[in-house]
Design a protein around this ligand. Structure first.
Ligand SMILES: Cc1cc2nc3c(=O)[nH]c(=O)nc-3n(C[C@H](O)[C@H](O)[C@H](O)COP(=O)(O)OP(=O)(O)OC[C@H]3O[C@@H](n4cnc5c(N)ncnc54)[C@H](O)[C@@H]3O)c2cc1C
Length: 287
């Protein structure tokens, strides 16, 4: 199918983008890599009246260290982030997760910021941003504001980005010394969206879990932090028994949705197993 008719704008500067967004046109979408938006338009699941193509904006394709954070610009492609030595060194969880995200052709074009704004319920990166405690930098003509990942992902394809705003940068805190991670996903094929994905950051000190950050996607309308489970794991021995208890708690407390691909019960079983295995991976327990 072909998309419904739309007005196409291709501004050359950030000021021009923000001026267009400030017009508060009834239905405007930013076009970044187009890897989610264009298929949705072709299927007529999205019918924006106006597209603002940001691909000609200068200086937005960067992955750089700024103090204790990695700053990733709106036009950094997945491939740039995946192959970044900075990300591999300072955000190893994100680096590991990238193995699972889409395919080379999609990663060459799709952007991390577009991925986060799209907020697909089965997308891996929102879960990673939640576990890492990333910050989103949003810009409008009137102001620049920072939104914590915890307040950014609001629901099914819904984020805190307002109609007159653009996500200009994501800031990911660098991993402190001694922090470990776990990442587990089940999907139809590697490179497909997750059926269920669990991500974890932790420190294991004197044989106990501390500073555990656990997140998941594929179980509800958008990625979530598993705060109740984190609380029960923190301070506990980094043993298989603790990991299994955490998995069981996830099973007992969380009611995932079901869809044509997987029943709710299957996702619940997956969640239990992946929570347990992700924590065990972070604690370097034998598989
Ligand atoms: C075959 C295939 C497999 C895929 N597999 C996966 C997968 O396994 N995991 C996964 O997570 N994703 C997957 N994707 C999606 C891919 O990661 C997309 O690149 C990503 O979801 C969207 O990024 P984009 O730059 O292409 O954004 P676009 O498609 O251009 O835009 C997506 C949405 O975000 C908005 N937007 C984009 N940039 C901004 C911005 N800077 N500020 C405000 N709003 C903005 C747009 O208006 C639109 O609503 C897959 C896609 C395909 C086609």
């Amino acid at each position: 199918m072909k998309p419904a008719p739309f007005v196409y704008e291709r501004p050359q500067s950030m000021d021009a983008v923000l001026a267009l967004l400030a017009e508060n046109h009834s239905d405007t979408k930013i076009l970044a890599g187009g890897q989610s938006l264009v298929p949705m338009m072709n299927f007529r699941l999205a019918k924006p009246e106006r597209l603002i193509d940001i691909n000609r904006l200068p200086d937005l394709n960067y992955v750089r260290l700024e103090g204790s954070e990695i700053a990733i610009g709106a036009l950094a492609r997945h491939a740039d982030v995946k192959d970044s030595a900075l990300v591999a060194k300072h955000a190893p969880l994100m680096h590991a997760a990238y193995e699972w995200i889409a395919h080379a052709a999609v990663r060459n074009r799709g952007t991390l910021c577009g991925n986060l704004c799209h907020c697909d319920p089965a997308s891996e990166m929102p879960a990673i941003m939640l576990a890492c405690g990333a910050t989103m930098v949003l810009k409008s003509k009137a102001q620049t504001r920072k939104v914590a990942a915890a307040d950014f992902f609001l629901g099914l394809y819904e984020t805190a980005v307002k109609p007159d705003e653009m996500l200009v940068e994501v800031r990911v805190p660098i991993a402190p010394p001694g922090q470990t991670f776990g990442f587990m996903e089940v999907s139809m094929r590697k490179g497909d969206y997750a059926w269920v994905v669990v991500a974890c950051l932790a420190t294991v000190s004197a044989g106990k879990f501390t500073q555990v950050a656990l997140s998941a996607a594929g179980i509800g309308s958008c990625a979530v932090r598993l705060a109740d489970i984190e609380k029960t794991v923190n301070g506990q021995p980094a043993t298989q028994a603790t990991c299994d208890q955490a998995g069981q708690l996830a099973y007992d407390k969380i009611e995932p949705f079901g869809d044509v691909a997987n029943s709710a019960q299957y996702r619940r079983d997956l969640l239990r197993t992946l929570v347990s295995r992700t924590l065990a991976q972070a604690a370097a327990l034998p598989a």
